[in-house]
Design a protein around this ligand. Structure first.
Ligand SMILES: C[S@@+](CC[C@H](N)C(=O)[O-])C[C@H]1O[C@@H](n2cnc3c(N)ncnc32)[C@H](O)[C@@H]1O
Length: 243
């Protein structure tokens, strides 16, 4: 299953299963606005913006000039189109850049591992950003602390390049790069976490059959004996500024 199809298949439940908590969303939004220095002068390109939830909040809370949610899965993009304060474009990352749509800031939240030919993507993005323009990648380390079963953790490592690779590519393009690691822990009823796994809320889970997911849940059950489960999300924020 390719990734775009994977997100087509979960678009209708994406907002519910990726919910985590309001507190979690506030934490991420606050750091995006701070790291990207978003203001009323900015045009934001949210690459792989999914259902547009974050794009829409950033538009309002940073009082942006304009915000695009760029999303190749038509089902996800249809959801984003329902949000009136943003413009949803059904496009992948590379095609968006060839359209020459102007922007001053670019967000890549939990999408960079899906984008092919990243070196040429950075070069084109650098050329299109104004001086002082910024790009922010939000990604995860290869070894996540999520309560996954062992095979899911291995699948995650296979799909997730080390973040130093992105830093080096960006620096080679001329960007000034600052990386900050931030962690957020939230507690869910175990059944909610299992529902997220059954819906394969992350594309890394798309390779597992229903039976493998159920066996994985049994494996987690043996380790976590309470009714609730702590989810530790270690996030990496990489800010790249055009000099
Ligand atoms: C984990 S979701 C993140 C959605 C959103 N950024 C968020 O944080 O809520 C990853 C998204 O990247 C999109 N995607 C996959 N390949 C892409 C590509 N080549 N260019 C742009 N987006 C892509 C997927 O369709 C999916 O909606």
């Amino acid at each position: 299953m390719d990734n775009t199809n994977h997100f087509d298949s979960i678009a209708d439940v994406f907002n519910r299963i990726w919910y985590f908590s309001d507190d979690y969303k506030d934490f991420v939004i606050k750091h995006i606005i701070g790291d990207m220095s978003l203001s009323h002068n900015d045009i934001l390109a949210d690459i792989g913006g999914g259902t547009g939830t974050f794009t829409s909040r950033l538009m309002n809370e940073a009082n942006l000039r304009k915000a695009y949610c760029i999303e190749p899965s038509s089902a996800m993009c249809d959801e984003a189109s329902k949000l009136e304060n943003i413009t949803a474009l059904c496009s992948d990352a590379h095609t968006f850049l060839t359209s020459k749509t102007p922007f001053t800031k670019m967000l890549l939240k939990e999408v960079i591992h899906h984008i092919p030919e990243r070196e040429s993507f950075w070069q084109k993005a650098y050329a299109m950003l104004p001086n002082g323009g910024k790009l922010l990648i939000i990604t995860r380390p290869q070894h996540i602390a999520f309560p996954f079963f062992a095979a899911a953790k291995e699948a995650f490592v296979r799909n997730q390049p080390p973040h130093e690779l992105f830093e080096n590519q960006l620096k080679a393009c001329g960007f000034e790069v600052i990386t900050t690691q931030r962690s957020h822990t939230f507690t869910l009823p175990k059944e909610s976490w299992y529902e997220m796994l059954r819906h394969r809320f992350m594309s890394d889970l798309g390779v597992f059959s229903d039976q493998e997911i159920e066996e994985g849940i049994k494996e987690i059950e043996q380790i976590y004996t309470e009714d609730t489960i702590d989810i530790i999300d270690n996030l990496i924020f990489i800010t790249a500024q055009r000099r």
